[in-house]
Design a protein around this ligand. Sequence first.
Ligand SMILES: *Cc1c(COP(=O)(O)O)cnc(C)c1O
Length: 376
Amino acid sequence: MSIPFIDLKTQYGLVEESVKTGIENVLQHGAYIMGPEIGELESRLSSYCAVRHAVGCASGTDALIMALMAFEVGPGDAVFTTPFTFMATAEAIALLGATPVFVDIDPHTFNIDPDDLRRKISDVKHSRKDLTPKGVIAVDLFGQPADYDRIEPLAHNNGLFLIVDAAQSFGATYKGKPVCSLGDVACTSFFPAKPLGCYGDGGMVFAHNDEMHKLLVSIRVHGMGEDKYENVRLGINGRLDSIQAAVLLAKFAIFPDEVAKRQAVADRYASLLADIKGLTTPTVAEGNTSVWAQYSVLAEDAAHRDQLMGQLKAADIPTAIYYPKPLHLQKAFADLKYETGDFPVCEEIGARIFSLPMHPYLSEKDQEAVAAAIRG
Ligand SMILES: *Cc1c(COP(=O)(O)O)cnc(C)c1O
């Protein structure tokens, strides 16, 4: 039997009863849209994240779009973010007519580099008369928090908002604080492969501020006012549906245990792979925790990566590259006029990185098989 990259089947075995009961409840009460499961999930997850408000929405992408809309981001605004992330992070900025301004990454955490962020904010202020610096979206790549103690003051001292893209890091902590309690607003995704996933699309926006909460609730349903046929601003159809919320309530019951199991799997990888020449295992910055959405390692270079991925494939072990092409080199962003060489750390890491099977139910035996295949 081959090793799955992510094992949602074993997980389903553990939650089957409660998922079925939850879905059956929705089918019986009939409130498919904005049923009682939405409020219940929002209240459970906001307390888990130690943040005042949570707004369930249709996807992680919609969570980002809703947050940017709440900050009235539009044409002429610059929003700083990393090019080493999933498309949605920068796409949300561009969809609203604003300009993503990319910032290089830290070579150890793969998250936005605060020193380069400082430079890029200054560049836009001093040499881009066409742009107004407006905000920062920091991404917690692979489940590890970005360097918020340095990013937050940089954002706020320059009058910029800070959005945390926690699509991969729900359940992680930064210096003891849940990541979704950081920034002005935090966004997460419940896409099935994320650490907390549903059985379709889903997402959530977290906010401390009552005013921000009201805005997000309005934007989620076409900019509604006091009732849904009064529209006081433009919004979207960004609702989470009741069935997905029921699935999430069932899965959330085992989530803290899964976070602990993911950490145990990551620790085991670290010791099994420690002495392999030319392979760099991931590190988490002191005082923080990752939820290990991916376990991503570095080969020496692209050729070495091809070789290692080939050895794993021959042993029937799946791997993946996140992300094969950084966003500044994607055709969709060609009009931003970035070139190869603009983000040297991101490009170098992108040529060396690949991800190993990672999920809470990965056995020691399977991890040993992964390590053996890498050794060759
Ligand atoms: C998955 C992901 C998103 C988008 O989430 P969806 O639910 O798929 O829309 C945004 N940002 C990052 C970093 C992601 O990994």
